[in-house]
Unconditional design. Structure first.
Lengths: 112, 110
């Protein structure tokens, strides 16, 4: 039972490069989320998708775009990476009427 | 002021101690109160949740919610080194979006 799978686990980018973080869940959940976690800042919501076909901005969306490719997959794209986007990125999913969110293992991104 | 306030610590205690972790919040619409545990280099995992006010116990863990004071607590009895982790409180109302605290780093030393 894989749960929420994120790829890659680690990535180093140069300023200005682009990349896509992939997330897939196998629990048939409706809602999916992208968070970033920085020291002392906790989890901050970047974007979320309440259901397949919808996406909405969270607390810190600038510099990111998302795609809800299907019910299983929710990707996060950095078009032009900046050092301020160095962080640990977590994808999460949640069933429609549940409280619990399930998190992936995270992607550690460094932008130099 | 953030909607959810949580002292980041670190909180260092000896094995066997009773640990108290706390969060305060400002949004009266919050109804679901959650505690997540996050081990180093891992994703958060739900530890416990409560709906509205009251207490909930699960083994060595007790969650308390005081809505009148907008204050929630997580107590850990007989703490173990394996409890060393970051504990994040989270809360939500009727929306899809939980609001997380910054997390408290707990270190239980043998």
């Amino acid at each position: 039972n894989a749960g929420v799978t994120q790829t890659p686990k680690f990535q180093v980018l140069k300023t200005g490069q682009s990349m896509t973080l992939q997330c897939a869940q196998d629990m048939n959940h409706n809602s999916m989320y992208w968070y970033r976690q920085d020291p002392g800042m906790g989890l901050r919501l970047i974007y979320y998708s309440a259901s397949e076909g919808t996406t909405d901005k969270g607390e810190v969306p600038n510099g990111y775009n998302v795609s809800r490719l299907n019910k299983r997959e929710f990707s996060l794209r950095l078009e032009s990476a900046a050092p301020s986007q160095t962080s640990v990125y977590f994808c999460a999913s949640r069933a429609k009427f549940d409280t619990e969110a399930f998190f992936g293992q995270g992607t550690r991104l460094t932008v130099v | 002021q953030k909607e959810v306030e949580q002292d980041p610590g670190p909180l260092s205690v000896p094995e066997g101690a009773i640990v108290s972790l706390n969060c305060t919040y400002s949004n009266s619409a919050f109804q679901y109160f959650m505690w997540y545990r996050q081990y180093s280099r891992k994703g958060p995992e739900l530890l416990m949740y409560t709906y509205s006010s009251g207490n909930k116990e699960d083994g060595r863990f007790t969650a308390q919610v005081d809505k009148s004071s907008k204050y929630i607590s997580l107590f850990i009895r007989d703490s173990q080194p394996s409890d060393s982790a970051t504990y994040l409180c989270a809360m939500k109302g009727g929306s899809y979006i939980p609001t997380f605290g910054r997390g408290t780093s707990l270190i239980v030393h043998p």
